[in-house]
Ligand binder design. Structure first.
Ligand SMILES: Cc1cc2nc3c(=O)[nH]c(=O)nc-3n(C[C@H](O)[C@H](O)[C@H](O)COP(=O)(O)OP(=O)(O)OC[C@H]3O[C@@H](n4cnc5c(N)ncnc54)[C@H](O)[C@@H]3O)c2cc1C
Length: 350
């Protein structure tokens, strides 16, 4: 089934303070309710200082338990969008948001669920927890790490849930201020005899890497990485900050496949451009080389902001943490990860 148009407007109906530096934004999309699964995220397009910026934020609500759509944003020191949302958006304002995407979701199983969150990583983990409690009889244990007591997000919400589901949900809090960073030994001890559990991990990159290595298995590990490079719209006037942290260089690499051995045709904003195919270049890179300004955000295959449909030819995805099997079958690709494997290819962003 094809996705509806990428972005729609949504009114911020309520903003609540979760901690010193985290806010929940309650959103009412103008085109009707957004269909989403617990653990998924939406990408927001905001206009900051003359630039269009794209950032993804996970839902803290769950479709089965919350009538409202909510996302929770934590300030990132020096961050363009998180601080803009905190400092500028008030109740009644409108934001532009995408459809939901992501694979950090529950699977059909009765296996226990272990959640590991660091800081704002609790956002999708709370969503998953609410959904699993409401729709399954799975046992859930969370290990939530935060810098200090002031930084803890959803303390009351999780305490209330644990009280409502005795014997099914338990929450262990770890404060760096009291005990330093979590260690592999602490993770092994927390897992105990639940090695078969599904583990959901979301937090800062070093936190995630440590936990992924420390998990003893054989249970499945689901990871959601927030730590994407700073996104920007190519062609837009961008400050050094975003340019420095962008993962893909703005200047394309030298072609290794000379013109005449295949083409990449890109359709975007009713424009159609064709460029010679360069070996190993992603469709997003080809589109930029063609002088177009396609949308993108994470450039890591996580967020689906750059998705488009291949209408002729074929491409292979280096990474895909966002598209469903149905979408892949219909020809959708993440252009930041899609490398053509036919001589010529046509990709349509419409
Ligand atoms: C799938 C997904 C889901 C997410 N869900 C959530 C969520 O639910 N809640 C949440 O709070 N976040 C979430 N995020 C993270 C979010 O998308 C943003 O990455 C985050 O808010 C930071 O964006 P920003 O614009 O504020 O910071 P950016 O402007 O992107 O900056 C990020 C960091 O880089 C530093 N930086 C920027 N430029 C430079 C430079 N030139 N030199 C040195 N340092 C620099 C900044 O100081 C800052 O520390 C999610 C991310 C993904 C990919």
């Amino acid at each position: 089934m094809a996705r509806p148009p990428m972005f729609q407007r949504a009114t911020v109906t309520r903003i609540s303070k979760e901690s010193a530096d985290a806010r929940t934004f309650v959103l009412a999309p103008h085109d009707g309710p957004i269909t989403y699964r617990a653990g998924q995220f939406c990408t927001f397009r905001v206009h900051v200082d003359g630039r269009d910026l794209f950032r993804s934020y996970s839902m803290s609500s769950a479709p089965e338990t919350d009538g409202e759509l909510m996302t929770t944003v934590k300030r990132v020191p020096g961050g363009a969008v998180s601080n803009w949302l905190h400092d500028n958006v008030v109740e009644g304002d409108e934001l532009e948001m995408s459809q939901a995407a992501g694979r950090f979701c529950l699977r059909e199983t009765r296996a226990p669920l272990l959640g590991f969150s660091g800081g704002s990583g609790i956002t999708p983990v709370l969503s998953l927890t609410k959904s699993a409690l409401a729709t399954t009889d799975r046992r859930i244990r969370l290990l939530c790490a935060d810098r200090d007591r002031e930084s803890v997000i959803f303390d009351t919400a999780l305490t209330e849930l644990a009280a409502r589901y005795p014997g099914r949900l338990s929450v262990i809090r770890h404060l760096d201020s009291a005990g330093g960073f979590l260690t592999p030994e602490a993770i092994a001890e927390f897992v105990g005899s639940d090695g078969e559990a599904d583990s959901y991990v979301c937090g800062p990159e070093p936190f995630m890497e440590m936990i992924e290595k420390a998990l003893p298995g054989p249970g499945l590990i689901f990871s959601e990485r927030f730590g994407a490079p700073a996104p920007m719209l190519p062609g837009a006037e961008a400050p050094a900050a975003d340019t420095v942290t962008a993962k893909t260089p703005e200047t394309p690499s030298a072609p290794t496949n000379p013109a005449g051995e295949g083409t990449v045709t890109i359709i975007l904003n009713r424009k159609k451009k064709t460029v010679p195919r360069n070996d190993g270049e992603t469709l997003l890179e080809s589109a930029r080389r063609a002088g177009l300004t396609p949308p993108f955000s994470c450039e890591a295959g996580n967020c689906a902001t750059c998705m488009a449909k291949v209408t002729e030819g074929h491409a292979t995805l280096r990474q895909n943490n966002a598209l469903t099997d149905d979408e892949l079958e219909e020809g959708y690709v993440l252009t930041c990860q899609a490398v053509p494997d036919t001589d010529s290819i046509t990709v349509d962003y419409e």
